[in-house]
Design a binder for this molecule. Structure first.
Ligand SMILES: [Zn+2]
Length: 342
């Protein structure tokens, strides 16, 4: 029988201090050239080992080879100027220095495929690979060329699809698209966001996932969350259309937030990566707290559809804390497995 409640992470994990400055987004690399290539590969090995030892079932590269979950992919496309970065407001929330679109965008070469092949060679466990979603990409740069978010999103979707097909061929089991922008631009999600996502997954036979969260545990995000009121009902607006889409898995934030768990009923038939670890605090969840979140999810979704996960990526946390949170996630899932077996 297939293992119930397979655990995974939303994506990024902290990098070793010899590779990049810790607890920082867009942290510059500490190595160069060949040493950097080797260093990234070693970091991927370490990250995989930490996930395996913690008891994580669906493993990832921990995003060790990329500086940022969105810009690293964008910087590998043609038509993008990453020398002349500009400061723009992203997710309607914080300013960041980002690359710009200055001509037709296209993917001339693989971005993560070699890394995915390497991860595949290191483990027999199912692997998940994260890519940025088209809407979140559009929202993480400036556009001096298309000057239309939807048009640009579909150009990105085409490039993502090329990458995704190669990742699938490299042996990736689940390809996940990160769309934190889906919790901000709710009308656009329904107008073209989901359609663009489906364009990115066209022709894939592996499983596909969309990760929709309230962002990393950085100050701009935690401040934003304070303005969102007693109940966060963003998912309620977008899940009905996502439920009708061809995407197989939805990854969402559930622990410590103000998301009413009833929203899970809007995802009938989908697999759900239930965020049971808060990435915005250094407090380590107890296995029992993880189990409580999963028990709550079980009220609204079938056991075979629930995949315990983290709320978001853990790149900004310290390695020690991330490690302990992974252990808590695995232990919490085990509590629920035993409960159900009894
Ligand atoms: Zn996230």
């Amino acid at each position: 029988m297939k293992k119930l409640f397979p655990t995974s992470t939303a994506g990024s994990l902290p990098k070793p201090t010899w590779l990049a400055e810790p607890e920082k987004l867009w942290s510059p690399w500490k190595l160069e050239g060949k040493a950097l290539l080797n260093g990234k590969q070693d970091a991927l090995r370490v990250s995989l080992q930490e996930q395996t030892v913690a008891g994580i079932d669906i493993v990832s590269d921990g995003e060790q080879t990329r500086q940022h979950f969105v810009t690293t992919f964008i910087e590998n496309l043609s038509g993008v100027d990453f020398e002349n970065k500009k400061t723009v407001r992203i997710r309607d929330r914080y300013d960041a220095s980002v690359p710009g679109v200055i001509g037709p965008v296209s993917r001339q070469k693989s971005v993560f495929v070699e890394d995915a092949k390497f991860l595949r060679s290191q483990t027999d466990q199912p692997i998940k690979w994260a890519l940025p979603g088209p809407m979140t990409m559009v929202d993480t740069l400036y556009d001096d060329y298309y000057q239309d978010r939807k048009t640009l999103a579909f150009e990105f979707a085409k490039a993502l699809n090329e990458e995704a097909r190669e990742l699938q061929a490299a042996g990736v089991d689940i390809i996940q698209f990160d769309e934190p922008a889906f919790n901000v631009f709710l009308d656009e999600v329904n107008d073209w966001g989901i359609e663009a996502l489906e364009r990115a997954t066209e022709g894939l036979t592996c499983e596909t996932a969309v990760h929709i969260c309230y962002g990393y545990g950085i100050k701009a995000n935690t401040d934003w969350k304070k303005t969102l009121g007693a109940e966060w009902r963003h998912y309620e607006t977008t899940f009905p259309a996502i439920q009708k889409s061809s995407i197989n898995i939805v990854s969402l934030e559930c622990h410590n937030g103000r998301v009413p768990m009833e929203v899970l009923t809007l995802l009938k038939g989908k697999k759900i990566m239930v965020g049971a670890i808060d990435v915005a605090t250094d407090t380590i969840e107890t296995p029992e707290e993880v189990a409580a979140t999963l028990r709550e999810a079980l009220k609204y979704a079938d056991a075979d559809k629930i995949y315990p996960c983290t709320n978001c990526g853990m790149a900004p946390l310290s390695r020690e804390i991330a490690r302990q949170k992974l252990q808590a996630l695995a232990a919490g899932a085990e509590i629920i497995r035993r409960e159900l077996a009894d």
